[in-house]
Design a protein around this ligand. Structure first.
Ligand SMILES: NC(=O)c1ccc[n+]([C@@H]2O[C@H](COP(=O)([O-])OP(=O)(O)OC[C@H]3O[C@@H](n4cnc5c(N)ncnc54)[C@H](O)[C@@H]3O)[C@@H](O)[C@H]2O)c1
Length: 275
């Protein structure tokens, strides 16, 4: 779709990949509504973009709360009179072996990483369809395609996010909707997601029997992300995908070999290969 002059809503837009999208979309002449839980980071990102002459507004929003997502849509229409692009990008994740994941962590991760995008689609799709134009992108993950170990709740939420978007795209095409859908499946990206997730985690104050192994796993994940792709590059990739109506947005296409091995093993003998 044409992006210049259009309005984009980006959840989790204050930092990391969301901020990378905001910078790329701003360079393409878009108007922006950034939503985030962290008001201080949000104010910083808005100040940076305003300083570059971008038309940008911000809204404090927890994507796990439907009423807050609805308020985000209302604030966007109130400010800009339209919404053409929604990026369901806000997300969190904690590495934990499946057997040890606390129920409140399961709920929190699925609430943010899966219910967040569901609320986004539910709220913004009718607005875009009535408008006659729109694109909804969700940030899933390679974890939405490959169920690696130690990330059970995150894998479940991200597989759900991929399924939400594949189904949505097929449904939209089936009824010739003017709205398009796409899904971003990043590999390792250099952001502070692990540190932010530890801050937001609802059960962080309670003692955990597996806290040492979790702490090590968290540090290992963050060390891997620190060497990951620049989030601004991901933002440019998403902009390009929206402009070209590309459904699958992959930051690390070489990882498709793992997917291929997984499918080959499924067909050959029903086994699960090492992710
Ligand atoms: N960094 C990676 O390697 C990587 C890889 C695959 C997928 N992802 C996904 O990319 C997305 C963005 O993550 P990131 O890596 O840029 O991390 P990040 O922590 O820099 O950005 C996430 C943003 O979401 C916000 N947020 C968290 N919970 C929220 C909530 N309930 N409501 C609203 N905002 C909330 C945070 O404040 C933060 O600004 C996430 O969905 C994540 O799962 C990241």
């Amino acid at each position: 779709m044409e992006t210049s002059g259009r309005v984009a809503v980006i959840t989790g837009g204050a930092s990391g990949i969301g901020r990378g999208m905001a910078r790329a979309f701003a360079d393409a002449g878009m108007k922006l509504m950034l939503a985030d839980l962290d008001e201080a980071m949000l104010a910083q990102t808005i100040a940076e973009l305003t300083g570059r002459g971008v038309e940008v507004a911000g809204q404090s929003c927890d994507v796990a709360q439907l009423d807050q997502v609805e308020a985000l849509a209302a604030a966007t229409l109130n400010r800009f009179g339209a919404v053409h692009v929604l990026c369901n990008n806000a997300g969190i994740g904690i590495p934990t072996p499946t057997a040890n994941i606390r129920l409140d962590d399961w709920r929190w991760i699925i609430d943010v990483d899966l219910w967040g995008p569901i609320y986004g689609v539910k709220t913004f799709l009718p607005i875009m369809e009535e408008q006659g134009e729109g694109h909804i992108n969700t940030t899933a993950s390679l974890a939405g395609l490959i169920g690696g170990g130690f990330m059970g709740a995150y894998n479940v939420a991200k597989h759900g996010a991929v399924a939400l978007m594949t189904t949505l795209e097929r449904d939209l095409r089936g009824r010739k909707s003017p709205v398009r859908a796409s899904v971003l499946c990043p590999g390792p990206i250099n952001t502070d997601i692990s540190r932010h997730s530890v801050t937001y985690r609802p059960s962080k104050a309670t003692p955990r029997s597996n806290s040492t192994s979790e702490g090590k796993a968290g540090a290992n994940v963050q060390a891997m992300l620190d060497k990951g792709m620049d989030p601004d590059e991901v933002g440019r990739l998403v902009l390009d995908g929206i402009q070209r109506d590309t459904f699958w947005l992959m930051t690390h296409p070489s990882f498709s070999k793992v997917l291929t091995r997984q499918l080959d093993a499924l067909v050959a003998d029903g086994s699960l290969t090492k992710a």
